[in-house]
Design a protein around this ligand. Structure first.
Ligand SMILES: [Zn+2]
Length: 378
């Protein structure tokens, strides 16, 4: 009888210590399989890559949550190739915020937009809550046309960092109300329904500053001074090729308007959202969609010769790991060890003149400082 009880206790202790161990982890590893239809990739000539010639235009492409795991998974599911991994200049970006070892998109977006680190949750403000200038505010007065494009809502932290100044990324109405006071010439993000839910005074102030269209073929686009294009939806299931097509549209729009050149930020926002919910196929789908937008930017840089394209991420999400893949069939098998952001460095790819200045390990705030310095040269 006593022996039975002892065995029972041993078994009970073993079970308890096992659950205590797994309880310490953020999540039990969640695994999933994905299949991707190959979409190919584009390889530019590298004629102007790394040259010390003048940079007229910068296209900064931010894959939200796009760490090594997302890039590897998308690349191998796509037959082993991506346009971004065809590029020669590679770096890493450290993403820590001013008050947290693991950043959120607001602090990292602000670092990319202003060259200064701030606290998680802050947009366009330093840790002392003082307003700090973003790239459009610095470059527009020098003759550069500026734009943002995202598959998030326009009040999402990454696009908002390039036009808003708010203590909280959740100040949705305040963020939209900052838009008419911004230095943006072009903005496109989600969505019509969000815009019309804003106070009438905010909508009117935005309409006084921007021509607002819901369709890129709207004839009002042609003669507009500044454009806000709001698609019906930015959701991955129903937006179609919105991101690559609007990247082309934004480049056309800004290059026709900038006296000296342009700055464009393009965000692939939904890689992060699917990593938060540990959805592996959707993580790959969104990374591949972002790579098509990268292709549009690289094709323009290739023919222009004075355009620098920088591709990176605001942080890693999901502790996303590619565990197995078969590039021949497009099957990939992944594991997530987290449902949150992680502090791991994110990859950076660059193409065009002065691309080599972005090689090596750098802070997210360094990327903005280098952009401002390159375009601010007389
Ligand atoms: Zn996130």
């Amino acid at each position: 009888m006593r022996r039975h009880l002892t065995l029972l206790l041993v078994a009970l202790c073993a079970t308890l210590s096992l659950s205590a161990q797994t309880g310490n982890r953020e999540v039990k590893a969640a695994a999933a399989e994905a299949y991707a239809q190959k979409q190919g990739s584009y390889t530019p000539s590298f004629t102007h890559d790394g040259k010390k010639t003048r940079v007229h235009n910068v296209i900064l492409m931010i894959g939200d949550g796009m760490g090594q795991g997302a890039v590897n998974a998308a690349m191998y599911a796509n037959g082993g190739e991506l346009t971004m991994t065809n590029l020669h200049t590679i770096g890493f970006v450290r993403t820590q915020s001013a008050d947290n070892f693991t950043t959120d998109s607001a602090a990292s977006g602000t670092a990319y937009a202003t060259g200064q680190k701030t606290n998680n949750g802050f947009l366009g403000k330093n840790p002392a809550r003082e307003t700090i200038a973003n790239i459009p505010e610095i470059l527009a007065p020098q003759g550069y046309a500026c734009g943002v494009l995202s598959t998030d809502d326009l009040n999402g932290a990454t696009p908002a960092a390039f036009f808003a100044h708010q203590d909280s990324r959740n100040a949705k109405e305040g963020i939209w109300a900052d838009l008419p006071n911004s230095q943006l010439d072009f903005a496109s993000a989600g969505a019509q329904a969000v815009f019309v839910s804003m106070p009438i005074s905010t909508q009117e102030a935005i309409r006084r500053r921007f021509t607002v269209v819901y369709d890129p073929r709207d004839p009002a686009v042609r003669n507009s001074q500044r454009l806000l294009y709001l698609p019906p939806s930015v959701d991955g299931k129903d937006r179609g090729p919105y991101l690559p097509q609007t990247t082309e549209m934004a480049i056309d729009y800004l290059s026709a308007r900038g006296k000296k050149g342009f700055f464009l930020m393009v965000e692939g926002a939904r890689i992060d959202k699917h990593e938060h919910s540990n959805e592996f196929p959707e993580t790959i789908r969104e990374t591949l969609d972002f790579d098509k937008a990268i292709e549009a930017a690289i094709r323009f840089a290739e023919q222009d010769g004075h355009t620098l394209v920088i591709i990176s991420a605001d942080h890693e999400t999901g502790a996303t790991i590619l565990n197995r893949a078969d590039p021949e069939t497009g099957h990939a098998y992944g594991i997530f060890a987290s449902k949150s952001h992680t502090p791991m460095m994110v990859p950076l790819f660059a193409y065009g003149p002065h691309s080599l200045e972005f090689a090596g390990v750098q802070e997210n705030s360094d990327v903005a400082r280098k952009i401002i310095q390159l375009l601010g040269r007389k």
